[in-house]
Design a protein around this ligand. Structure first.
Ligand code: SAM
Length: 558
């Protein structure tokens, strides 16, 4: 992705929200607040798996398809040895089979979670509490997934997996006698529709390789909701596509006919969703109708940086306290437009728009304003102009529930990472999104720009931090899957947001809907400005754009 360039316009706007929009938004927020929970440990995954050949993979998937098949234990033993050699991750050794730590059951407030990770082998003096320092990025199955960890330690079925942070071993029928007695206590990992009986579901328990059957009224909680979301999404795909796709959807619904990496996709969905839940973020479902390899993503909910970047951000001008900035700028007579109100619940003491004027007014960027319902005001929005959203900090004296702290609050927007054919994986909405709604943030490695690097997953910061980019090639979150569309449904927004002024200001890129996005619709962004797409030089290497929009420009710079 290339960075935005050439912005020259600057607009302010206000709007009145409608009652029904407010009710919708409030309901969302209440639901999201309830979703916040528990200590989950994995954020970053380190890939330690070696290649294994296709045959072994097929073998393992076949073995996996039924816990009750005799062949399970044999396959398990074979690949078990290999897995022990390959599994260099810390989980198996670190984890006891005993009950979870008492600590792990304690609720962790969103405010206690880090807003960025710094990689450093030496201690960093006076580092703010809002940052987590690690020596290396490690791969772990979330600590909250105790049964998955137990299976990782004792399961007899080894899986030749390459997805970072996903267990490489499960329980199979061979483990029934020793590990199968706690059925009633097991957490449900996923429920899948039974295509022959709508009231019946296939249930995969966490840590186990094959499903049991359950009637719908026996199931409670979130797993059933996620199962229904998956079913509804397949209905959308089936209704929209041609006959060959319909056939693939049918296979996807029938566990025994499902594509080769089906179980890997189920695991990615579950463990990445678990990581999300710790941060109050939404469910993720990964689906491919084809035999495509699952993405090798090291999952992170927050940006990651080397110590050098941390020091750079600490010294950066926008990191200064508001009062200091005012002192520095007193002589410059910066005028602040008092008509802009900005959505803070404490309008009188909110400094966000003053901050914008001091820090970014000169850039010509749009200063996005929040409506009282938490949506961004899109009146007069122009996606060809770079924009920034300033969120409140403790300096504004508002509460953590202030609408202008949207990215500091739970954001449980659910998404489906769906294999879109020649475009690769893309992103679909797991519920309706409103124009002006933040869907999440684009995370990855924050680093200095280097034109030599693969630019496919690089998003540039041009306002809050001019020289930095976020690279999600190997480390990132679901928003790195968003495809390009010449008439996109969402945009990137640079965000200046920190809970407290004492926190480091870590620039962020948020993804914001600019249209109504319905359940199952693709979430797309335009990787390029219109001007760039209209004027691609003849000698520039290009690829065909597959966005299918009536406004498509046809080609994308390669
Ligand atoms: C940021 S990645 C998107 C995720 C990627 N599809 C994947 O599977 O990981 C960008 C890459 O996706 C593909 N892509 C995205 N949008 C496209 C489009 N409209 N037409 C063609 N290829 C597209 C291109 O290969 C591009 O380099």
């Amino acid at each position: 992705m290339k960075r935005w360039k050439y912005y020259n316009s600057f607009k302010y706007y206000r709007a009145v929200i409608k009652e029904d929009e407010y009710a919708f938004w409030k309901e969302q927020r209440d639901r999201e607040a309830q979703n916040l929970y528990k200590d989950r440990s994995t954020r970053i995954c380190e890939d330690e798996y070696e290649e294994s050949d296709e045959e072994e993979e097929e073998e393992a998937v076949r073995a996996n398809s039924s816990r009750h098949e005799e062949s399970d234990s044999e396959n398990g033993e074979d690949s078990d040895q290999e897995n022990q050699e390959n599994d260099l991750g810390g989980n198996r050794d670190d984890h006891q089979e005993d009950e979870p730590d008492a600590d792990q059951d304690d609720e962790v407030a969103l405010t206690d979670l880090p807003n960025a990770i710094v990689i450093s082998t030496v201690p960093i003096p006076q580092i703010p509490r809002s940052l987590k320092v690690v020596e290396t990025l490690v791969s772990e199955v979330p600590r909250s997934c105790q049964e998955a960890l137990r299976a990782q330690q004792h399961g007899s079925l080894a899986l030749p997996r390459r997805c970072p942070g996903i267990p490489t071993r499960k329980f199979s029928s061979a483990d029934n006698e020793t590990h199968g007695s706690r059925l009633d206590d097991w957490p449900i990992q996923v429920v899948l529709e039974n295509p022959t009986n709508p009231d019946n579901w296939f249930v995969f328990f966490e840590g186990w390789a094959s499903p049991d059957n359950c009637e719908e009224d026996e199931l409670r909680g979130e797993a059933l909701e996620v199962g229904k979301m998956r079913r509804n999404f397949l209905n959308v795909i089936e209704a929209a596509e041609d006959d060959s796709i319909k056939e693939l959807v049918k296979q996807q619904r029938n566990i025994r006919d499902a594509p080769k990496f089906f179980l890997d996709y189920l695991d990615l969905s579950y463990f990445h969703s678990e990581i999300h839940q710790e941060y109050g973020l939404g469910t993720i479902i990964y689906i491919s109708l084809f035999d495509t390899r699952p993405p090798q993503l090291k999952y992170t909910t927050v940006n990651v940086m080397e110590a050098e970047i941390y020091h750079h951000l600490r010294r950066a001008y926008p990191n200064k306290l508001f009062d200091e900035l005012v002192r520095i700028n007193r002589r410059r007579r910066i005028r602040h437009d008092l008509t802009i109100t900005g959505g803070c619940e404490n309008e009188g003491s909110c400094v966000c728009n003053k901050l914008f004027t001091i820090l970014y007014g000169i850039t010509g960027a749009q200063n996005l304003q929040t409506l009282p319902n938490g949506l961004i005001d899109l009146k007069d929005f122009n996606r060809e102009i770079q924009r920034v959203a300033i969120e409140c900090s403790d300096r504004c004296k508002c509460s953590l529930n202030c609408p202008r702290r949207r990215l500091q609050q739970p954001m449980s927007f659910p998404v489906i990472v769906f294999y879109e054919g020649d475009k690769g994986f893309g992103l679909r909405a797991g519920r309706r999104a409103r124009p002006g709604e933040f869907l999440g943030t684009y995370t990855g490695i924050m680093k200095k720009d280097n034109e030599e690097d693969n630019q496919s997953y690089v998003a540039g910061l041009g306002i809050v931090s001019k020289n930095l980019v976020i690279d999600a090639l190997n480390v990132g979150n679901v928003f790195r899957f968003a495809a390009h569309c010449c008439d996109p449904s969402a945009v990137f927004v640079e965000v200046h947001s920190r809970r407290n002024e004492s926190d480091l200001l870590v620039p962020m890129i948020a993804v914001m809907a600019i249209k109504n996005i319905e359940f199952g619709d693709e979430i797309t962004i335009s990787y390029y400005l219109k001007d760039v797409l209209e004027n691609i030089p003849d000698d520039q290497e290009t690829i065909d754009c597959l966005c299918k929009s009536p406004l498509c420009f046809g080609k994308l710079p390669a």
